[in-house]
Design a binder for this molecule. Sequence first.
Ligand SMILES: [Zn+2]
Length: 281
Amino acid sequence: MRKISEKAAAMAAMGPLFACPVCQAALAVDGLGLTCENGHRYDLAKKGTVNFLNKPVATEYLAPMLAARRRLLDAGLFEPFLAPIRAQLSAADRFLDIGCGEGTPTAALATSGATGVGFDISAPAIQLAGGLSTSAVFCVADLARLPFLPGSFSAIVDLFSPGAYAEFDRVLQQGGRLFKVIPDSDYLRELRQGLYHDTDKATYSNAEVKARFSVHYPQTTVTKIAYDFPLTKSQFADLMAMTPLTWQAPADRRAAMLEHPPVSIHVAVELLQVNNSAKEG
Ligand SMILES: [Zn+2]
């Protein structure tokens, strides 16, 4: 089956899920597109992705950066923190990947058997995600106005993306689970130290993000996950390309690091997990 037909069938099999960004009515699969009762229509692109934005949004995530990211994620850069999330998903789950980028983590989580939906505001990222061989479906959408009906997901996965907690609560089922991964203070420390020593960017604290999350979800459990990921010289160049952290760095320090890259990169994150998002009222 052609990819576009395959993805249209996958969306139809999910039942009511998507909400019209214009009128919020349910969208149903109609041929190779989605339509609402008020006649708004969103056609699937060639690779079976859907764009729910009215107009394109310029992002800094360009093709070479996305390709670099794809190569490193394929090599397993994020696997040590994806594994514990995947282990908690099953075929009974439908999860939403917030700001899924080029989709490799979404596809990795969908191997659990769970139904996966990934969205990102970057159209080039979603185009790349559409090329993945996975059961997950992908769309271009805005974090602040998620194009999904209330209670559509049993789990939300947020890897390094900003939170929009009112929207998360709306699209999660009662009692749904939330997995949020945030950088810890020594995330990519070789890069921080190499590029920003003697500036205020040399250190980072996630305290503010974590505090805001914990206010909204008091029942959060926090798991620290840290490891050193070995890198070849070309993988280090990919890391430099994929990480927004490096883009503003002084050119001479970038060049020096590319010339003499570290043999590994320290990945340190915190997994914030909410096992039952149920709210009173
Ligand atoms: Zn509509």
